[in-house]
Design a protein around this ligand. Sequence first.
Ligand code: NAD
Length: 489
Amino acid sequence: MDGIDTLRRVPANHIGGEWLAHADTMPAINPATGEEIARLPRSDARTVDAAVAAAVAAGASWRKVPVFERARICMAIAALIDTRREAIARVLSAEQGKVLAEAMGEVGKAADGFRLAAELVKQMGGETLPAEDPTKLVLTLREPRGVYGVITPWNFPVNIPVEYLAPGIATGNAIVWVPAPSTSLVACELMDAIAEGGLPAGVINLVIGEGAVAGDAVVTHPDVAAIGFTGSAATGRRIAERAAGKPLLLELGGNGPVVVFEDADLDAAAAAAAGGAFFNAGQVCAATGRVLAHRSIVEPLCDRLVEHARRHVLGDPFHQGTTMGPLNNAKVAAKVREHVDDAVAKGAGVLHGGRTREDLGSALYFEPTIIRDVTPDMKINREETFGPVVPVLAFDDDAEALQLALDSEYGLSVGVFTTDIVRGVEMARAIPAGIVNVNAGSTWWEIHLPFGGGSGTRSGIGRLGGRHTLEAMTELKMITVTMSGGMRP
Ligand code: NAD
C-alpha cells in the first residue's frame, strides 16, 4: 500500500472549519513515478480573503480562551497525530519522496512540537519592572499578535508548519497557512488532525495554492498582522518587501559548511558530513552544503565519505531497504544537476555518484555524490545546492579555513570538527551563522533550541524553536498602574 491509499479526504481548503473545494485545480505529483496522484485547489486572492475573514472572526474569541485550555487542545492534537502517525507518514513519503522511516520520524517530531508548545505556554510570563516614579506599578504581558500568515516549504512539510502552528495557536493567534504546492496533500492530513483534535473552527485556516498568488495575497493582506515564512532566500526577500512594516520570522536558506581540521576525529566528521548531506536527499536548509577540509586529511576524509555514499540505496521510498528517495520536484533536480555539471566543467572530480537515475522511475532520482577539488568560484560552493552532494574544498591553515567559511552569502548552520576546543570555539565565534556545532554536523538541532540565520547574511530573520518562537509570535504589552501610595507601609 502506498501513501495515497491512506488519504483521509479529497484535497481541499479548510476555511472556518469547513473543507471547501475550489473549481480551479493543479496536479499533485508522486516524485517517485512522475504520476499525478490527485488534484489540488489552485486558490486565488478571494479564497485568501475568506480565510483571513474566518481567522479574524475566530481569533477574537480564541485569544480569550485560557492558556491552560489552549495547551490542552495542543496536547489533544499531539495525541491524534501520534495515533495517525503511520497514515500521515505514508502520504508524506508518497508526495515528498522521503523514505518512510524518515517520514515516520518527522511526524513523530510534529506531535512533540505541539506538546512542547503546550508545556512552554503555561510557563510563559511577563515581568514587573521598577520605575523612577514611586506611584507606578509596571507590568509586561505577552499577547497574541492577531492573524498570522504562515507560508511553508516542501522539504519538511509536516514539521516546519508545526514550528509555527503549534506556538502560534498556543499563544492565542489565529492563522492562515499556505503550504508549498508540492506537499499540499500532507498539509490536508495535518489540518485534519488539528481540526479533529478540537481546535475551534477558523483558528487555523489552510489555503492551498501557488505561492506567488495565494502566498502573496496573505503577505499583503491588511488584516494579516504578522508573517512566519520558511523557504528560499529569494522568496524571503520578496516577502520582506511585500510585507513591509509587519513583524517577520524568516527562516531561509543555508550552505553549511562543515569544517574539518587536521586534528579531527575523521570517522565522526565523515559520518556527520555524509549524514547531513544525504538525510532527506540533502533537501535540508542546514545540510552539509560543503565540506572544508585541511589538505593533509582530504584523502582519508574523502575515502570515508565515499564509504558512506556507497551504503545508500537509492529508490522508491516505499521499497524495503531504500535509504534515499527521489528529489521532490523538477526545479530542485535541475539545480542539483546544474551545480554538479558546473563543478565538473571547472575541474572538480566526482569520486562517487553524480548521475541522474531516470531508470529508477522518474527524472528526480539523483545519486548520493562526493566531489573533490572543488574551488570557491564553483556554483556548488557559492549557492545552496539542496541535493545529496558533498563538495570538498581543501585549505592549508586556519586562516584560510575561516576565509572560505566567511566567503558565503549564507549564515545558517555550521559544523566544526577539531579536538582542540579553543580552536573550535574561536572558529564558532568568528563565523556569522545562527548555529555553530563543534564536533557535530551542521544539521544537529533539537526543537526547543534557537534556530535561525545570522544577521548580515541571506539566511533569515529571527529564531524558531522552543520559547523563542512563542516570544516571536507574541507582542510585549506594557501596562502601568498609577497607585495612590496611600497604603504603602
Ligand atoms: P520557496 O521559497 O520556493 O517556497 C517556499 C514557500 O513560499 C512555498 O510555499 C511557496 O509556494 C511560497 N512562495 C513562493 N513564492 C512566493 C511569493 N512570491 N509570495 C509568498 N509565498 C511564496 O522555497 P522552497 O523551494 O519551497 O524551499 C526550499 C528552501 O527553503 C531552501 O532554500 C531551504 O534552505 C529553505 N528552508 C529553510 C529552512 C530554515 O529553517 N531556515 C528550513 C527549510 C527550508
